[in-house]
Design a protein around this ligand. Structure first.
Ligand SMILES: Nc1ncnc2c1ncn2[C@@H]1O[C@H](COP(=O)(O)OP(=O)(O)OP(=O)(O)O)[C@@H](O)[C@H]1O
Ligand SMILES: [Mg+2]
Length: 589
């Protein structure tokens, strides 16, 4: 075996493999260069999703001809004046983007420094093929065509123009959010898709994210130990099936960092279903010495000196903001409904006050009523059945009103001072049980209900293995279990908050939950997850007939419980139809 030095062209092509994966990554490098050059206006033109042409023009500092030649050489950069890579503030610093792109495409640079003439250099797959004078305003214009035309291995991985365009648009949006002070335009196949004037970050973000976020968004601004987090996130009820609307920035650099994405996810844990995703634009500012940006060839990941401080700030900051907004569930507009069902502002005001003095808990009410409740009757068994209470009480002053009846043994109908409230009894109770378990756990006093005769549950062996491995955590939540044989588990006690429950079904769900939680979650996060699964089991099912006392107890407990506006899966637990809206329905307004 003989060792030899690789020729520069091959070195560049290898580097291109890391830096340039698809048109969007080449576009990202060009726009970053334009921003680093101090541009006030960046104009992007694409054909066929960038597969045919990518053009980026800026009004930045420009380059003299000799600098242009140097820029195309590997490891040539103007961005580390004092070689302090720890304090780099520019997007670029590796000095390899241009030569890499030039090695796998046809590239033309035109550039002009203010006060001198313009110059043009053309490169074909790494080889200079021409240069000469160029007419252009001060700044730089770069065109890339035929990306990967001569690299079949790469070409194969490119997708349709449509999806390459989607990736390019995402890239432009991210950089435009990072630098709201710069004007951007984007043109695709001759059509203008974006025109952004210079503005402040919140306005820029609002322009680029779903407009619905004005109504369904929560502003973030928190600071701790020199770390600052600002931005906007969606209410849990306003979520998406894909995580494509999460824009994260560290010191104004767009990143797709796992730690940050994980922290965002953790903040919504048990507020949103596992397969749904929040919308977010979050800007994290940290001192330079706290973060290393030189860990990823495309610079989309960073490394923090103290990852847990960053994670803590994000999870706690977002969680607090969501809690403050927790009773505002995103009301859905139903296409056929002539009015919007909205949550009430008066309710929000009640949230921050002390528990109502006469508030009875759900458990107390159940015991007092001494009811044997009909479990598990389906929605349809009850379809037209509704019970109503005569409206004897004086004008109700509770935010969620006084229960007037139950519809289809699933929904509680209540009369409030300012409108009609409908509560999904299962969703609401599930949230209450979860919050109660969480409070008990934080107070270190999980009430457990011991079984007189321990119950043996038969399960598949891997399920038993998983439950056994999590026995300590589960014990902390009041669920005491031990291995009883290869395929059985012995349960000694379970959380008292659950009431009567199907232990075998609970264990099966928990074991599935533990597989999903295999990843790098903190113990606390795992416990929250487990608590949510347990809570779902302990909740009043839809189809259960409730007495008026029980319904009122549920309403009163909701009023004093944090996050009771949405269930553990992010759906609203209640909606309100205001008097004004009722009047509109009947044409009285
Ligand atoms: N649009 C532009 N306007 C002015 N100068 C530019 C422009 N694009 C590139 N340059 C110059 O060319 C040099 C090389 O660019 P290149 O993108 O290859 O490397 P870099 O930006 O320094 O580092 P990185 O590889 O991390 O992006 C830059 O350092 C800069 O001096
Ligand atoms: Mg660069």
């Amino acid at each position: 075996m003989s060792i030899r030095r690789l020729p520069p062209e091959l070195i560049n092509r290898i580097a291109a493999g890391e830096v340039v994966e698809r048109p969007a990554s080449a576009l990202k490098e060009l726009v970053e260069n334009a921003l680093d050059a101090g541009a006030g206006q960046v104009s992007v033109r694409l054909s066929a999703g960038g597969l045919e042409l990518i053009e980026v023009a800026d009004d930045g500092c420009g380059m003299a001809p000799a600098e242009m030649r140097l820029a195309l050489e590997r490891h040539a950069t103007s961005k580390l004046p004092d070689e302090a890579i720890e304090r780099v503030a520019s997007f670029g610093f590796r000095g390899e983007a241009l030569p890499s792109i030039a090695s796998v495409s046809r590239l033309m640079i035109e550039s002009r420094v203010r006060g001198s003439d313009g110059w043009r250099i053309e490169i074909d797959h790494g080889r200079p093929v021409g240069e000469g004078p160029a007419a252009l305003p001060p700044g730089t214009r770069i065109q890339i065509s035929g990306l990967f035309d001569k690299v079949p291995a790469r070409r194969k991985f490119l997708r349709s123009p449509r999806s390459e365009y989607a990736a390019c648009l995402d890239t432009v949006k991210r950089l435009a959010m990072a630098r709201s002070d710069v004007a951007f335009t984007l043109e695709h196949d001759g059509r203008r898709v974006l025109t952004l004037q210079p503005s402040e970050a919140p306005a820029r973000v609002a322009e680029l994210l779903s407009h619905e976020l004005d109504r369904h968004g929560v502003g973030i601004d928190c600071e701790r130990d020199g770390l600052r987090l600002t931005g906007v996130i969606s209410l849990p009820t306003f979520n998406r099936g894909v995580a494509d609307q999460q824009f994260l920035f560290v010191n104004s650099r767009p990143v797709k960092d796992r730690l940050l994405v994980g922290a965002l996810r953790a903040a919504y844990r048990d507020l949103i279903a596992r397969d749904r995703h929040p919308i977010a634009a979050l800007f994290l500012d940290v001192p330079f010495e706290e973060v290393d940006v030189n860990v990823h060839p495309a610079k989309t990941e960073v490394r923090f000196r103290d990852p847990s401080a960053v994670r803590g700030l994000i999870v706690r900051g977002l969680r607090r903001a969501l809690d403050e907004e927790s009773q505002r569930s995103a009301a859905r507009e139903q296409a056929a409904a002539p009015v919007m069902w909205t949550t009430s502002a008066t309710y929000d005001r009640h949230l921050n006050r002390e528990p109502l003095p006469d508030a009875r808990t759900w458990d107390q009410a159940l015991a007092a009523a001494g009811h044997v409740l009909a479990e598990s009757r389906s929605f349809f068994d009850h379809a037209p059945a509704a019970r109503a209470e005569p409206a004897v009480e004086a004008v109700p002053t509770y935010p969620l009103g006084v229960a007037r009846g139950q519809v289809a043994a699933t929904y509680i109908v209540a009369e409030a001072e300012d409108g009609l409230v409908i509560v999904d009894q299962h969703a609401a109770h599930e949230r209450l049980v979860l919050e109660r378990m969480r409070a008990a756990r934080e107070g270190g006093s999980v009430a457990r209900q011991a079984l007189l005769i321990p119950e043996v549950v038969e399960l598949e062996e891997p399920d038993c293995d998983r439950l056994e491995s999590a026995a300590a955590e589960l014990g902390e939540m009041g669920l005491e279990l031990e291995r009883f044989g290869p395929t059985s588990i012995l349960v000694r006690s379970f959380p008292a908050a659950l009431g009567k429950t199907d232990i075998a079904a609970l264990l099966t769900d928990l074991s599935a939950e533990i597989v999903d939680l295999g990843g790098p979650l903190s113990l606390r996060d795992k416990l929250d997850h487990v608590a949510a699964t347990i809570a779902c089991h302990g909740s009043v099912r839809a189809g259960r007939v409730l007495s008026v006392a029980e319904m009122n107890a549920l309403l009163r407990e909701m009023e004093v419980t944090p996050r009771s506006g949405q269930c553990n899966h992010g759906r609203p637990t209640w909606v309100k139809l205001g008097h004004g809206e009722i009047e509109k329905l009947f044409g009285r307004r």
